[in-house]
Design a binder for this molecule. Sequence first.
Ligand SMILES: NC(=O)C1=CN([C@@H]2O[C@H](COP(=O)(O)OP(=O)(O)OC[C@H]3O[C@@H](n4cnc5c(N)ncnc54)[C@H](O)[C@@H]3O)[C@@H](O)[C@H]2O)[C@@H](O)CC1
Ligand SMILES: [K+]
Length: 213
Amino acid sequence: MEISVRQMYDIEENGHKMGFLKKFMMENAGAAAVRRLCERVPDIASKEVLILSGMGNNGGDGLVMARHLAGHGARVTVILLGTHDRIRTEESSWNWSILKKMPSVRLMEGCDSYPRPDVMIDAVLGTGIAGDIREPYASAIRHINGTECFTMAVDVPSGLNPETGLAATPSVRADVTVTFHKMKRGIPQRPDLTGRVYVEKIGIPPEAEEGVL
Ligand SMILES: NC(=O)C1=CN([C@@H]2O[C@H](COP(=O)(O)OP(=O)(O)OC[C@H]3O[C@@H](n4cnc5c(N)ncnc54)[C@H](O)[C@@H]3O)[C@@H](O)[C@H]2O)[C@@H](O)CC1
Ligand SMILES: [K+]
């Protein structure tokens, strides 16, 4: 079943009000994405992974992935596309503050030149996308597309509108996309951008869908 972005936000809100806090959803989302990544890249411990994280909760999923990947022994760099004081949500800031205590993860706030990794994680933009792609997000997306390495998009390839299926210029072209809870209706319209799509449950109680679906 495909759902709208509005329905996804309402389900998330209902789950949060039930006490299944958004930070738990984010944790499960990042963990599920890393499980899929390890399936697709079995020798992850020998890999250099670059995570490009935006300032919203899509970026927060990327921050969770950084911690899990460090646990798997990967060499992880996170580039936050802004400064940490501009992170927009409590759950994402919370994950950033954990990473600050982890020397095993290299953290950068903004950057002039991007490292060239073996694996790229696109956690730039998700369901919160609105309008034309602004900087520094546009440069980050162009960088992702300019590398040859294996690319996983978190929730939706950045630039692709998960409601309409319309793709901004630029939009990420991913090898795989891991989306959460249920398929958003715009995602299956662009297999050329998403690559293979996995839909992962993130622990939201089914009761959170009551009155929404
Ligand atoms: N819905 C859910 O159940 C869950 C959602 N999660 C994640 O949260 C994401 C949604 O998070 P948010 O609502 O914070 O939104 P996003 O993280 O998708 O985007 C918000 C950020 O992007 C910026 N932005 C929006 N459009 C832009 C544009 N055109 N150019 C440049 N910057 C732009 C905004 O200013 C804001 O900083 C989902 O895609 C998913 O990855 C997960 O944490 C797990 C739970
Ligand atoms: K993304």
